[in-house]
Write a protein that binds this ligand. Structure first.
Ligand code: HEM
Length: 451
């Protein structure tokens, strides 16, 4: 039975629908989080309540409820995986309240539309540099390929640092740290297991140390050398030199690591799934090539072209619908919260899943079908806003959204000018729900030059 948001308005938590056996529910959630969350939403409706003793989890599956939860950042605090929190320190993703507000105000001017358009050329430069070595007929795993590309782009565009020679090493360290964020990786997530010092803990510690060394070296170099540039690192180093905004070296380190960590994997996984979907849907690929050829002809794209490639943008939007890089947002109630009339007690967890919402047939008929036409302005206007939220919402909304769109559209357009990627026949595709939505067995694709 499906409940609407208004049904939930009159319900009290005890009456809210949810699984009869919560232990089985948690076991299923642990084994197959995406499958379980989807089934639970279809079975129980807009609110799913899982309760064991005093512990309550809520899964909200209606755009109005998602909006309400995302906008109440005072009472519903973002949860960040423990190991990730430890590595990131107190950067924008992990800090709260007044500190978050201050950091956001400091960083926001670096993400204006003009700045992002200006970064278009830097992005395209990195894309062509990295893919110049691609060869006809070669098979490449698009998962690490897109990760390394995104690390190079983040390095150059955000910090004006050339990561190209270091991208593979950095990628391994970042991947190891992010490995610990696999949804059900208790070995690293839990404090109790940590004392055992398993090989995974040692790998994690080594990777965290490598990141620390690299980031400290980058900051030290900028402090010694020229720091007049408009990039994030130079701006923070300048402010530190002027002793303004209370910026310490530790704060700069936390911010750089945060942006490097969250600024690359999300876009990289979105692009990896885009190549997969284009390989599986040749008629969409043909339409995309036609737009790219028509708009760009023989030249490379620039930041200004992003708005001239509407179909490319629709393809990227549809790809993030089916495979939202951040597939689950979790909040913890720090006081009793009333959402649309029902009370969420302090200490409860609230889960919002773009993956589940984006595949809800009420908003996306035939949800499994890859159909970029869902993103015409008319189709978008006909749907509730929070039926699609790959970048979250409210005051914790992704600060890099514009950057992510620009990078996505420009990467697709630059590569689709020259290349067609085909999934290696018979390759098994299975979802890997880490902090981002990966492909469990990678994405090996054969490169063919477009004639
Ligand atoms: C397709 C690409 C991307 C997706 C899907 C994505 C998704 C998200 C989501 C869902 C959140 C909110 C998490 C929550 O509410 O708990 C978020 C936050 C954030 N993202 Fe992104 N992101 C992307 C690209 C980027 C890029 C390129 C950057 C950096 C340039 C970035 C930096 C951040 C930061 C710093 C936050 C924390 C913002 C705050 O709390 O004020 N993201 N992202």
């Amino acid at each position: 039975m499906t409940h609407s948001a208004t049904d939930a308005i009159d319900a009290c938590p005890a009456n809210l629908p949810g699984p009869r056996n919560p232990w089985l529910a948690y076991a299923a959630l642990y084994r197959d989080p995406l499958g379980y969350l989807t089934r639970a939403a279809r079975k129980h409706g807009d609110v799913v309540h899982i309760k064991i003793g005093r512990k309550s989890d809520f899964l909200l599956n209606h755009p109005d409820l998602v909006r309400a939860a995302l906008l109440d950042h005072e009472n519903l605090r973002r949860c960040v995986h423990r190991p990730l929190r430890r590595v990131l320190g107190k950067g924008l993703l992990t800090c709260r309240g007044e500190r978050h507000k201050k950091q956001r105000a400091l960083l926001q001017p670096m993400f204006t539309r003009e700045r992002i358009v200006a970064l278009g050329d830097v992005m395209v430069g990195e894309i062509t540099r990295r893919t110049d070595r691609w060869r006809e007929g070669a098979t490449l795993d698009m998962a690490p390929e897109m990760l390394e590309l995104a690390i190079s782009i983040a390095g150059k565009a955000l910090f004006d640092v050339d990561f190209s020679s270091k991208a593979a090493g950095l990628r391994d360290a970042l991947v190891t740290v992010l490995q610990a964020t696999r949804f059900n990786n208790l070995a690293v997530a839990s404090k109790q297991f940590e004392k055992l010092s398993l090989p995974i803990h040692r790998r994690f510690a080594r990777a965290a140390e490598k990141l620390e060394t690299e980031i400290r070296a980058i900051i030290a170099e900028r402090q010694k050398g020229a720091s007049e540039g408009p990039d994030l690192l130079s701006i923070m180093v300048r402010l530190q030199k002027q002793s303004r905004k209370g910026l310490t070296e530790q704060k700069i380190r936390d911010q750089i690591l945060t942006f490097l960590m969250v600024g690359h994997e999300t876009t990289a996984t979105a692009l990896m799934w885009t190549w997969y979907l284009l390989s599986e849907n040749p008629e969409v690929a043909t339409k995309l090539y036609s737009e790219v050829d028509h708009v760009l002809g023989d030249r490379l794209p620039s930041g200004q072209d992003c708005d001239r490639l509407p179909y490319t943008r629709m393809v990227f939007a549809e790809s993030m619908r089916l495979y939202p890089p951040v597939w689950l947002l979790t909040r913890r109630a720090v006081g009793d919260v009333k959402i649309n009339g029902f009370v969420i007690r302090s200490g409860s967890y609230v889960h919002l899943s773009p993956f589940v919402m984006h595949r809800d047939p009420r908003y996306f008929p035939e949800p499994e079908r890859f159909d970029p036409e869902r993103w015409t302005p008319e189709a978008v206007a006909a749907r509730p806003k929070f039926s699609y939220f790959p970048f979250g919402g409210g005051s914790l909304q992704c600060i890099g959204e514009g950057f992510g769109w620009m990078q996505g559209v420009l990467t697709i357009a630059t590569l689709a000018r020259r290349w067609q990627m085909r999934l290696v026949p018979g390759h098994r595709i299975e979802l890997g729900p880490h902090i981002t939505l990966r492909s469990r067995y990678g994405m090996p694709m054969k490169l063919e030059r477009r004639r």
